[in-house]
Design a protein around this ligand. Structure first.
Ligand SMILES: [Fe+2]
Length: 198
């Protein structure tokens, strides 16, 4: 009987959940529940202070937070950068189900006083970038229709068009990659790029 396993890894892997170490779990709890709309669905009270969160009841959890032991001595995480100096998390993305829920969420975050650091048309998503209370980089997105990017996903991944931070105009005139890419719209003070971008 053969004891060798499959010669290839299984296909279909996806990110199941994310665990963040935080310096103030109460501040992070408020941010992920009140600002981002997740619900706490569990907590671990032995060994570490750890709480679990989800955006939808169809899932067991999307995110967990772990309180660091010595917040005063814990350095902040690296800021998202395309020129990173240390290994670790760059940023992660939280998606909302559709364009309208994303627009509603953007408005809610503005009401909450969230400061966005970047907003853009990323080809396969429309994205707004912000930080959580610890400085972890977060990208809040909705997926544009798959017809837009499935013709050339690499071209879509390399596309970034800066959009005004304070203007919630969100066009549904989605580019279709693989059929020739229109030039991104120039905005004074912003540099549009087709290089990989956060
Ligand atoms: Fe991203």
């Amino acid at each position: 009987m053969s004891t060798s396993g499959p010669s290839r890894a299984s296909s279909g892997a996806n990110i199941n959940h994310l665990v963040l170490n935080v310096r103030d779990i109460e501040a992070s709890h408020r941010f992920y529940t009140e600002v981002l709309g997740m619900e706490q669905c569990g907590d671990l009270t032995h060994t570490v202070t750890m709480r679990f969160y989800r955006g939808d009841r169809s899932r067991h959890h999307d995110l967990a937070l772990v309180q660091v032991n010595d917040p005063e001595q814990a350095p902040p995480p690296d800021a998202p950068s395309m020129e990173p100096v240390r290994a670790g998390l760059n940023h992660f993305a939280i998606s909302y189900p559709d364009r309208q829920s994303w627009l509603d969420q953007i408005r809610h975050m503005k009401t909450c006083g969230v400061e966005f650091v970047r907003r853009g048309n990323h080809g396969m998503t429309h994205s707004a970038y912000l930080y959580d209370p610890d400085g972890h980089g977060i990208e809040v997105v909705y997926d544009v229709p798959s017809e837009a990017w499935e013709g050339d996903v690499d071209a879509a991944l390399n596309y970034f068009e800066f959009l005004e931070l304070d203007d919630l105009d969100d066009s549904t005139d989605y580019q279709r990659f693989g059929e020739g890419i229109p030039e991104p719209v120039a905005i004074p003070g912003r540099v549009n790029t087709r290089q990989p971008s956060p």
